[in-house]
Ligand binder design. Structure first.
Ligand SMILES: Nc1nc2c(ncn2[C@@H]2O[C@H](COP(=O)(O)OP(=O)(O)OP(=O)(O)O)[C@@H](O)[C@H]2O)c(=O)[nH]1
Ligand SMILES: [Mg+2]
Length: 302
């Protein structure tokens, strides 16, 4: 084969599954950076996030999605489910992520959605590091294969990086010829402000334990890029005064900790010193109000 051929390959790979199966951990493992936030709590990711890798003549655009879930009374949940469903349109490969030895009603509902997808669907069985007796995995795979004609079945551990290279090779084999969609140096379709708001939200999720009010979100309000430092002002939005008090913590301890840890991740993301000013404010019912959702960044993003 002529190595100097100008032909490039490019394609979109949607990562879908119920909440908490490890979709964001997988996209981060492919990218080698913490692009998409993760947490032990379900419904961490709320919007589509593209992570881009360009390897010589191939561009892979991975699409991380919110976990598809049953609960969709609130507008935010409807938005999340729609964002995940839309990711299935016009893609080249779909990675259906499940957690090894588990198959819940929510997994079943995702699989049902995949029946109308044109692209090849890979069954990606994650968290295999948690199973000692690997022989148990075979009957689990056979059962799932009886439900759907998967193009590939690949057990992995996204967190430990096990078999992720095998998965990547199989993905590349399914990527069609075509021009690059993004400049070679692009890593994401999202703005730095979006990623910063996510890093703050990640700390809110991690620091609040079981007290976490589900309806919190973060907006980045000011961004002043100076010679040696970036000054960022951001707001954490809660729905009630009682939730605000939990986020602030006694004597402001919790918000301080959230700010300090988020600032460190932001500094490593922007490669510069950061001064982060955080506010906590209340906007009643924002998660069930279309206008507030849009105002806080939850709109159609393509
Ligand atoms: N043991 C183990 N844990 C994992 C693995 N991959 C992900 N996790 C953990 O599973 C939890 C959920 O991971 P996420 O990547 O946030 O899951 P997600 O599917 O993106 O979840 P949502 O955004 O809520 O839909 C986190 O605590 C991860 O550390 C894995 O391969 N092995
Ligand atoms: Mg996620």
């Amino acid at each position: 084969m002529n190595k100097n051929t100008d032909k490039t390959h490019s394609g979109f790979i949607a990562i879908v599954g119920r909440p908490n199966v490890g979709k964001s951990t997988l996209i981060n493992s492919f990218l080698g950076s913490h692009l998409s936030i993760t947490s032990p709590k379900p419904q961490t990711t709320r919007q589509q996030i593209q992570g881009i890798i360009t390897l010589d003549k191939t561009q892979l655009i991975f699409v991380d999605t919110p976990g598809l879930h049953r609960e969709s009374k609130k507008k935010l949940n409807q938005y999340m489910n729609q964002a995940a469903s839309k990711a299935l349109i016009d893609v080249d490969v779909v990675l259906f992520l499940v957690e090894v030895l588990k198959f819940t009603d929510e997994d079943e509902a995702v699989l049902k959605k995949l029946k109308s997808v044109d692209a090849p669907v890979f069954l990606v069985i994650n968290k295999i590091d948690t199973v000692k007796d690997k022989e148990k995995i075979l009957p689990y795979i056979l059962n799932l294969q009886s439900k759907f004609n998967f193009a590939q079945v690949i057990p992995i551990s996204a967190e430990k990086g096990l078999q992720c290279d095998v998965l990547k090779k199989e993905i590349i084999a399914h990527i069609p010829e075509g021009p690059f969609y993004y400049p070679e140096e692009s890593k994401t379709n999202r703005s730095p402000g979006f990623h910063v708001s996510e890093m703050i939200r990640e700390q809110v999720m991690l620091q609040l334990g079981d007290e976490l009010p589900y309806a919190t979100t973060v907006s980045v309000d000011t961004w002043d890029d100076q010679e040696k430092i970036i000054k960022i002002g951001a707001t954490i939005w809660a729905e009630r005064d009682s939730q605000k008090a939990i986020i602030v913590g006694e004597n402001g301890d919790r918000i301080k900790r959230i700010g300090t840890i988020a600032r460190r991740s932001i500094e490593s993301f922007v490669g510069k010193q950061v001064f982060l000013e955080l506010w906590v404010k209340v906007k009643e019912n924002w998660s069930d109000d279309s206008k507030s959702l849009e105002h806080l960044g939850y709109y159609d993003f393509d």
